[in-house]
Design a binder for this molecule. Structure first.
Ligand code: THU
Length: 131
């Protein structure tokens, strides 16, 4: 069920710090353990220092000792469901297999479902570091 993920993503989105873009994003991850971790975008007056919602949720997950993502939910105030940015696709792929569902949603509740593999085909992963 993704309704618990949605509820947490919507709640954390309300706490986003997005005074520059005015574009608030909330992300919630279900770890393989069953625990849910949420994050929002945190912008900065030095623009490149801002961080995405997905990055915040991943940091919360890793800090709590979980390293395996089972499901991802992202919500934003856009007209159409918001896809994770390229950098976040790579960050998510570090902790999730290709078949992990990614649900992208609007605040109004329109949802679009995809997977990590569809979002990041041909991903660079740790396997390539082994030579
Ligand atoms: N943003 C996210 O938090 N996640 C995404 O997947 C797309 C973009 C944020 C970054 C920035 O604070 C704002 O949305 C506008 O790009």
């Amino acid at each position: 069920m993704s309704s618990d993920l949605r509820q947490q993503a919507v709640a954390v989105r309300s706490r986003a710090h997005a005074p520059y873009s005015k574009f608030k994003v909330g992300a919630a991850l279900r770890a393989a353990s069953g625990a849910i971790y949420a994050g929002c975008n945190v912008e900065n007056a030095a623009y490149p220092q801002g961080t995405c919602a997905e990055a915040g949720a991943i940091a919360a997950m890793v800090a709590a000792g979980d390293v395996k993502i089972a499901e991802v939910y992202v919500v934003a105030g856009s007209a159409a469901p918001v896809p994770p940015c390229g950098g976040c696709r790579q960050k998510l792929a570090e902790f999730g297999a290709g078949d992990v569902p990614v649900i992208m949603a609007t605040v109004e509740g329109v949802e679009q479902r995809t997977t990590l593999a569809e979002l990041l085909p041909g991903a660079f992963d740790a396997g390539f570091l082994e030579g």
